[in-house]
Design a protein around this ligand. Structure first.
Ligand SMILES: [Zn+2]
Length: 527
């Protein structure tokens, strides 16, 4: 009897991790970091809901930190098996896991300084650069579509998922003693859209008992994201923003999105579609990753500049040192600054936002998904004031969003991908999506003829027995956090209330009215 547990990306889109147990063998698919509000992020510090040393091996779908970011912690806590993935993913991880470890260490240092001042005990980082180095040694690269044995009687294959460099869907075939039908399971990983720069469409065969499919954009259909449409929208945004005179700050994921932007901006510059202006890529990780991309240009599709010129336009300044980065702070207008992290939770983007967000002539242009509760989502939702590095800043810059960039399939493409794999005699699990997106995608799947009882929306830490016919939920194994705190936790509500109260008090002129308001709030607190 096999069981499948969802230890992340269930009710959220981050922290991807599923554990498949069959005949005493334990296989982990992904081990991602949780990103989002404080309650969700704190999952990164909690113990794994299983013993890492008992896991035999891992198959990793792709390098994004929300799929790979807790691997060093897993290794630190005793996991020692091989990690199968594509070669490009392994190359990207060399930089991504080291970068993530450096962030862990720096954040822990900051926290410890605060704790020291309060006389509290110091804490340890989730993992260190050393742990990341140990983890990197466990990576075993494999080719797409090649079947390989990962454990006795367990075979795996990786399929191009079209989501980012090296991304794959994972196909597992598990034979169990006493049964003549091996269990066949396909984990989608993250599925890319049809019109994605650099990568062909996602692919995989048919004939699975169970399908685990992501649902990030399960409730969204887009018709405006062709390669040309995207570039036209970017051109319009950049021309408008640059005409205002200030800088254009673009929070961007260091991996893939930054390279897509460089590619598109390079084409716009070459065609004279936007003014000749300096374009900074200010993220140490993005710089390193761009070099990895350059190694794989031969495998890439849809490149609209000669491969030898890709990412090398003379207007591009790819910063290397902290001094290079600090020099950008002096530029008051006319530059395009691409920086990470993409959801503004860490990294150099916070410096650029701090310097530009209160300037009326500046523009902050979002080009990627912002998880609820992150600084990026707070800015994008129209907050009038934000807190960055402990400072309260008024938002005066133009806040713009381009929805045309996506590394994820939309609803129609997810449905295509799912139904190309059908019929599926077992069941379909939808993970890696917020609840509305999953529910909507499920409705559409059922509308197309799949029995309602065969589509499951697992919750965090929920375990399923995969029987021949239909899986049976065994409930949530460990209640690490209440599901009610996933989208907005009490700390999000607290921050929103404080900001709203401050605004109300400032906009109320009459001091007696201010006093009245506070008295009413006091009554509510005592009531
Ligand atoms: Zn991803």
């Amino acid at each position: 009897m096999a069981t499948l547990s969802f230890y992340g990306a269930a009710g959220t889109v981050t922290g991807s991790s599923s554990l498949l147990e069959a005949g005493g063998r334990r296989i982990l698919i992904d081990c991602g970091m949780f990103q989002g509000n404080k309650t969700v992020s704190e999952l990164n510090e909690k113990p794994f809901p299983y013993d890492p040393s008992s896991v035999d091996c891992m198959v990793l779908t792709h390098a994004h930190i929300d799929h790979s970011g807790l691997i060093p912690k897993l290794v630190k806590q005793g996991f020692n098996g091989p990690i199968y993935t594509t070669e490009a993913t392994a190359d990207l991880l060399d930089f991504m896991l080291m970068d993530s470890a450096a962030i862990q260490e720096a954040e822990t240092q900051r926290t410890n300084r605060r704790r020291q001042r309060k006389g509290k005990k110091e804490i340890e980082p989730a993992y260190t650069k050393e742990d990341a180095e140990t983890a990197l040694k466990l990576l075993v690269p494999r080719e797409y579509e090649e079947r390989f044995e990962i454990l006795p009687d367990v075979q795996a294959r990786l399929w191009n998922a079209g989501h980012m460099l090296g991304s794959s869907s994972v196909d597992l075939k598990v034979s169990e003693p006493g049964t003549d039908h091996p269990l066949r399971i396909l984990f989608s990983g993250d599925i890319g859209p049809e019109e994605k720069a650099f990568h062909p469409e996602p692919d995989a065969p048919q004939g699975y008992d169970y399908l685990i499919c992501e649902s990030t954009y399960g409730d969204r259909d887009r018709d405006d994201y062709t390669l040309e449409g995207r570039r036209a929208a970017l051109k319009a945004e950049l021309n408008e923003a640059l005409s205002r005179g200030g800088n254009v700050v673009i929070p961007s994921f260091a991996v893939e999105r930054s390279q897509e932007l460089l590619h598109d901006i390079g084409v716009l510059l070459a065609n004279g579609d936007i003014p000749q202006t300096t374009v900074f890529l200010d993220s140490p990780l993005a710089s390193k990753v761009t070099k990895v991309f350059m190694q794989y240009t031969d495998d890439m599709a849809d490149i609209d500049v000669p491969a030898s010129e890709l990412f090398r336009h003379p207007s591009f300044k790819i910063t290397q040192t902290v001094d290079d980065s600090k020099a950008i702070n002096k530029i008051r207008g006319g530059a395009i600054i691409i920086s990470a992290s993409g959801m503004c939770t860490a990294g150099r983007i916070k410096h650029h936002l701090r310097n530009n967000i209160s300037r009326k002539d500046a523009t902050v242009l979002f080009v990627g998904y912002q998880a609820p509760g992150t600084l990026g989502s707070i800015i994008r939702s129209g907050a009038e004031e934000v807190r960055i590095h402990g400072r309260h800043l008024k938002v005066r810059a133009q806040i713009r969003s381009l929805g045309n960039y996506s590394a994820h399939a939309d609803q129609a493409e997810l449905l295509d991908w799912i139904f190309e794999r059908c019929p599926i005699p077992g069941s379909i699990f939808l993970n890696h999506g917020e609840d509305d997106a999953r529910a909507e995608l499920k409705r559409e799947i059922v509308k197309r003829g799949v029995e309602e009882g065969k589509v499951f929306l697992p919750t965090l830490d929920e375990r399923f027995e995969l029987t021949a016919g239909s899986p049976e939920s065994k409930g949530r194994a460990a209640q690490r956090i209440p599901m009610s705190q996933v989208t907005r936790d009490w700390q999000n509500e607290h921050a929103a209330l404080l900001i709203a109260l401050g605004q109300k008090l400032r906009s109320t002129e009459d001091p007696d009215a201010k006093k009245d308001l506070l008295a009413k709030l006091n009554d509510a607190l005592e009531g």
